[in-house]
Ligand binder design. Structure first.
Ligand code: KIV
Ligand code: ZN
Length: 542
């Protein structure tokens, strides 16, 4: 292998490749329906990501539809590149190409494992066979579109000499991006930096491709690994909102972007820029970060831990007296970034009970929500209902209302009534009426350890869908006694699959009941969907 240093792939900007809808969606319980994926994709476009990995088109008809819809609606000329994952198999590549057709800028991302352990136990193929497949399948993908990304899966545990050879062959076959995945989250920053440097120096045609990195957070090092990779030549970062993804998740987009933003003067020289250049290193509109984080959390049911960097509830909260004193005197004493830079304080009071449909629609449009007529009607009715109970409706309240509307799962079960009686020295009792798929309205009652337990027991008696509640949480959207409460729950079916449910309401008892019904609807819809087991089998290979 020749050793040569290539500079032409060293663009001075970092490409942000978002895989929330593909790798992020692979985490248990984060399953999204097509409309929810579309809402997230639209928000990712507003956030300014360069590439959206919209899904894995071959995995199921639902995945195909999501990639195709996102390609058609978000893949515009001035929008992001839309990408679909595909194993290095002809049928996968054909599905990806077909689903991406409506996108102005499409990308096929094809992958095959290259580490000896994967070759021996998973693929049962020799290095020579995998090398051959990689180049043939990249060439096949190239016959459909120019923009082709190739990933040697488990690259971190692949023999570097063999890795160089596979990458060289993939680039010769037409790959324009070569992605280096730390599939098992094993590497450390120095090692990963050295691996990227080795690739930049030892793959003779690397100047014809962008070096990308992808990594999982099993040791909590994904973001640190990526930043070291940037210093050594990586120019595309594959990441997810809130770091969601398989096991411990993927590298978190918001952490990468803000590290590159806050410390741009440190990173500038590695990108060939003057040290004191103030220009952004990414295309991201950082003010959209907080909103995107909340949307993804609400729709996936994956809560953000309070101490999570950048988007956690405590990320900008100063509790200690010394810190508070310092921040009041000069923010910079204890704050390295401004909460406004991630859009955290953009929470104006905008509407009230006299606001009309037009004002409602216009404000939603400003916030970036484009609802169909039906969704808008429902959301407006809910807004009026909220406005009766809550004097001032803020942007965040509006987002909660709309997210709830977007998140509606197929309405197999509908909550018609919920009533509870509880208090000190009282036995919590709930009565519910639920419309079941046959159209019948069934009523039942139950007692429980608390009002929510009683409601869930009563609902279970009516719906008769086996499930186990594994997580329940309530958060308030804004401060104040009349705040909207958001309930997120996760439940497990007898096969161990996890489903989330979400609802927002000024009455947290009602929100709890609706969130449970929402999750049960998702569970029941998934049970009815043909091919859902097949999708899991395919996705399990990635
Ligand atoms: O983690 C991984 O290796 C992947 C590849 C498909 C890029 O997700
Ligand atoms: Zn991955």
């Amino acid at each position: 292998m020749t050793s040569q240093s290539n500079q032409s792939n060293q663009s001075d900007r970092i490409i942000i490749f978002d895989t929330t809808l593909r790798d992020g969606e692979q985490c248990p319980g984060a399953t999204l329906n097509v409309d929810e994926k579309l809402s997230i994709a639209r928000q990712l476009a507003r956030l300014g990501v360069d590439v959206i990995e919209a899904g894995f088109a071959f995995a199921s008809p639902g995945d195909f539809e999501a990639v195709e819809k996102i390609a058609a609606t978000v893949g515009t000329a001035d929008g992001p590149v839309i990408c679909s994952l595909a194993r290095a198999i002809k049928a996968d590549i054909e599905a990806a190409a077909k689903a991406l057709k409506p996108a102005v800028k499409g990308r096929i991302h094809t992958f095959i494992s290259t580490s000896d352990i994967h070759l021996e136990y998973q693929l049962k193929k020799t290095r020579k066979e995998v090398l051959q497949i990689a180049q043939e399948m990249v060439a096949y993908a190239k016959s459909f579109m120019d923009d082709v990304e190739f990933s040697p899966m488990d690259a971190v545990r692949t023999d570097p000499e063999y890795l160089y050879e596979v990458l060289e062959a993939a680039i010769n076959a037409g790959a324009t991006t070569v992605n280096i995945p730390d599939t098992v989250g094993y590497t450390t920053p120095n090692e990963f930096g050295a691996l990227i440097k080795g690739i930049a120096e030892n793959v003779p045609n690397i100047d014809r491709a962008i070096i990308s990195v992808h990594g999982h957070n099993d040791l909590g090092l994904a973001v640190a690994n990526f930043l070291e990779a940037v210093k050594n030549g990586a120019r595309q970062l594959e990441c997810t909102i809130n770091g969601i993804g398989e096991r411990a998740g993927n590298a978190a987009l918001e952490e990468l972007v803000m590290a590159l933003h806050v410390r741009r003067q440190y990173f500038n020289p590695f990108l060939g820029r003057p040290v004191d250049s103030d220009a952004s290193l990414t295309n991201i509109d950082t003010k959209q970060i907080y909103k995107t984080s909340r949307l993804v959390s609400n729709l996936t049911g994956m809560l953000v831990q309070p101490n999570k960097a950048i988007v956690g509830a405590n990320a900008f909260a100063h509790e200690s007296g010394i810190h508070q004193d310092g921040v009041l005197k000069n923010k910079l004493t204890y704050e390295i970034m401004d909460a406004q830079s991630i859009g955290l304080h953009d929470n104006q009071i905008v509407l009230g009970k006299h606001s009309g449909r037009n004002a409602f629609r216009t404000r939603l449009k400003d916030l970036g929500f484009e609802l169909g007529d039906n969704e808008l009607n429902h959301a407006f009715l809910r807004f009026k209902d909220f406005a009766d109970k809550k004097k001032e409706i803020t942007d965040w309240d509006l987002e909660a209302i709309v997210n709830d509307e977007i998140q509606q799962a197929p309405e197999l079960f509908k909550l018609e009534l919920v009533q509870v009686s509880c208090g000190s020295n009282a036995q919590p009792t709930a009565t519910v009426t639920v419309r079941v798929p046959s159209g019948e309205e069934l009523m039942d009652a139950a007692i429980g350890t608390g009002p929510v337990d009683a409601i869930y027991k009563a609902i279970n008696r009516v719906v008769q869908v086996p499930n186990e509640l594994i997580e329940f949480s309530v958060q308030s959207v804004t401060a104040g006694i009349d705040a909207i409460g958001e309930v997120t729950i996760r439940l497990r079916d007898p096969q161990g699959r996890i489903y989330s449910g979400h609802s927002a309401n000024t009455d947290i008892v009602v929100a709890s009941a609706l969130a449970y019904i929402n999750a049960l609807n998702r569970l029941s819809a998934a049970m009815q969907k043909p091919g859902s087991q097949a999708r899991e089998a395919i996705v399990a290979q990635v």
